[in-house]
Design a protein around this ligand. Structure first.
Ligand code: IMP
Ligand code: MG
Length: 178
């Protein structure tokens, strides 16, 4: 499919499932290099990162654990600078090597908040992995350890990413047609 309609917006094919899989493999290889044998704990940020996390984590052939949280600060197409709260962080992070898994880092504000929360614990290390990164939108300065694909500052859907809850189901990524 080259074009899709989600609610009132049209989107055109931007990143194919094959290109996504290539990027996921590269991220997986880097994570494996750093954390094989260390039983990393992946903390997946719902809802957007569910598809990326499922594809990424099944590429590992060593012990690792997975947990899920929600931050939910995004309504429609505008990032609201207010992150409400972290829901679902019940794991004991003491001495754990944590990798936070995001679908996309846009302004970076919601992740800044979450990284601060994790660093308040006795975690051994915190790394950050994201499938997509919008460098031109980024308003923070923390390090992102693993980036799949850098993209321009445009609104996208598919592969877990949504527009008002819709569009997450597509295996490819689409960008908005202005
Ligand atoms: P940030 O706090 O601005 O970095 O926003 C991060 C969150 O906003 C991501 O985890 C996504 O859920 C959502 N988001 C950012 N950009 C897009 C986009 O282009 N399409 C869909 N969701 C997005
Ligand atoms: Mg997200």
């Amino acid at each position: 499919m080259d074009n899709i309609q989600v609610k009132d917006k049209s989107f055109s094919l931007f990143i194919s499932a094959e290109e996504i899989d290539q990027a996921v493999s590269e991220v997986a290889a880097h994570i494996a290099q750093d954390l094989r044998g260390k039983n990393p704990l992946f903390i997946v940020v719902l809802n957007g990162a569910y598809m990326f996390a499922a594809d990424l984590i099944r590429k590992f052939d060593f012990d690792c654990e997975i947990s899920f949280v929600r931050l939910s600060s995004y309504a429609g197409m505008e990032t609201t600078s207010k992150v409400r709260e972290v829901i679902g962080l019940y794991e004991n992070l003491t001495d754990r090597e944590v990798v936070v898994i995001e679908d996309i880092i846009d302004t970076g504000i919601s992740m800044a908040f979450f990284l601060d929360k994790i660093r308040e614990t006795n975690v051994k290390s915190v790394r950050l992995g994201t499938l997509l990164f919008k460098p031109d939108a980024f308003r923070k300065n923390y390090h992102i350890d693993y980036v799949g694909i850098k993209i321009p500052n445009e609104f996208i859907v598919g592969y877990g990413l949504d527009y008002d809850g819709l569009g997450r189901n597509y295996p490819d990524i689409y960008k908005i047609v202005e």
